[in-house]
Structures are given as structure tokens and as C-alpha cells.
Design a protein around this ligand. Sequence first.
Ligand code: GCU
Length: 341
Amino acid sequence: MVRKFIKKTTAVLLCAAVAAGLMGCGSVTSGKRIIRVSHAQSETHPEHIGLLAFKEYVEERLGDRYEVQIFPNEILGSAQKAIELTQTGAIDFVVAGTANLETFAGVYEIFSMPYLFDSEDVYKSVMQDTDYMEQVYESTDEAGFRVVTWYNAGTRNFYAKTPIRTPEDLKGKKIRVQQSPASVAMVNAFGAAAAPMGFGEVYTAIQQGVIDGAENNELALTNNKHGEVAKYYAYNKHQMVPDMLVANLKFLQGLDPEEYQVFKDAALLSTQVEMEEWDKSIEAAKQIASEDMGVEFIDVDVDAFKQKVLPLHEKMLKENPKIADLYLYIQEVNEKAKGGQ
Ligand code: GCU
């Protein structure tokens, strides 16, 4: 309770400070332009560690002009709020899952499509194809922001207060999803009842029985402590949804070419660091969740889950032509990977 109050109060004060100091155009302290970066994770999360590398890289090269400040734990607001702040330029960067970008650019809906990538390798090779992804990244220009790089957010699986061993176990369960229509459709297609809400509300919602469970990567169990309230985690592997480092477009466009390159290189470096940290953290999270929190990890028949929702591919393609190109491209990479095996 007290912690929540402090967090809320800090958020309000910080937002007021950000708003007052910036008026939507960036702040300058002791001659340096302050760059504000917001994200939803804790300070031990791979994304925070990646962002520290971003900060160091920028400040080593442009430290006389820029200071990078990182705000973790949704201190500046949930992803949706922080995106709005990035749109207006009140902050400069935010890390947000693609689900939060769907309403700005329809192409991002594709990542909500279940069983889109055949493997983690396919997922990573598509996301690391910077030439291809650049056109996707530019798709939010009209909204005033642009993605500069991606972060691995692992594979999403269902977890709940009671075991999920077959798709039937999802029937009637109230499962939290991210606030995007495509994620709602995805969870409903599994036969569960989707409950969209912000990430920060999930712990209490499970604890109080407002929902039965959620779906996320393993770090949600430990970094966000969901393993304290949901003890069954099923490896049904329905999605690989990346997080994106999003920048205010005017800020990017206001940089001179040399500065722009430094920020771009810093972003790429942050992805490398984040990806390395990711693999280590997942191993550690599984151990902590099972040994210290008593979470049971359940291996399920993935194909049984997959069959349930595959018709969504056709439906989503029909309803949203903006995902067609990327879908075809991903299928090509899926096929190539099969051929290579
Ligand atoms: C993951 C992801 C976040 C996302 C969260 C969620 O933690 O990294 O970007 O917000 O899931 O489910 O809301």
C-alpha cells in the first residue's frame, strides 16, 4: 500500500516536473540536453541493462551535449501513457511492446498473431533484418514517433492460479491481455475471456481474483512477482512479441547527422546487450520461480494449442491488409529455416 502510494506520488511529481520543465520540447540543464527514457521493467531487467549501455555509449561520445536519464518501473506512466508523452516530446524515448503500437500503425498487429514464427531463430532473424524492419519502424511517423530498435521479450505463455495442461483448461478463464484488439481476439480464440489491462495492474488483479491468470514471458513471474500469485506456467508458446525502443520523431530529426548516427549505434548496441542478458535472465528466472516461489512449469502439447487458433491467421489477414507483406516475408523465413534443417 505504502509502496504503491510512493510510486504513484513519485509518478505524479515526476510527470509534473517533466511537463513543467519541458513544455513538450526537451529540457536543458547546465548546458546539457536531458534525454528521458521511460520503460516498464525493473532495474534488473535485460531492457534496463541494455538501456544503460545506450546511455553510456551516447554520453561517451556526446556527453558534453547530452545526458541520458532512464526512468524504469512505469514511473512516468504505463506504456500507453508514456507513448503519449513521447508523441508530444515531453519525453524522448519509451520502450513499449508492439501491442501498444497497433492503434498507431496497423502493421504492428502482426505480432499479436499466435504461432507466427516457427522458432526463436526465425523470430530473431526477422527482427535483426534492420533493412526490412526500417520501413516498419517508419510506419508511425505520422503519429510523431519512430521505432529505433527492438528488444527480445521472449516467448509468451499462459500462467494462472490453476493448472493449464490442455486448451480446454483455458475455457472460461479470465486472462489478462495487453490493451490491443488483436491480443483480445487472440486470447478469446483460445476459448478464454480476455481482460485487457495495463501491465502494472496484473499482480493485484490476480491476487484479488479479478482475473484467473495472464500470459507473458517468464520474467513476469520474477521481475514483476506474478509467480507469487499464479503458481502454474504452461509452455504453450503462443507468441513472440518484441518490445520496441520508440523515439520522438522531432527529436530524431533535430539531430545533426553525426549525432543521429551515435544515437542509432547506441540503440543497436543496447539491443545486443539486451539479447545477451535475456538468455541469462530467463534461466535465472526459471530457477527462482520454481525453487523460491513454488511455480510449476508445465510442458504441454503445443500443437493442440496451435490448432485451436490457426484460423486466426486467415481472419487477421483478411481484416487488416497492412500486415500482409510482413506476414509473407515471415512465412518465407519460416520456410527457409525448414529447408535448412
Ligand atoms: C512484457 C513486455 C512488455 C509488456 C508486458 C505486458 O513484459 O516486455 O513490454 O508491456 O509484457 O504484457 O504488458
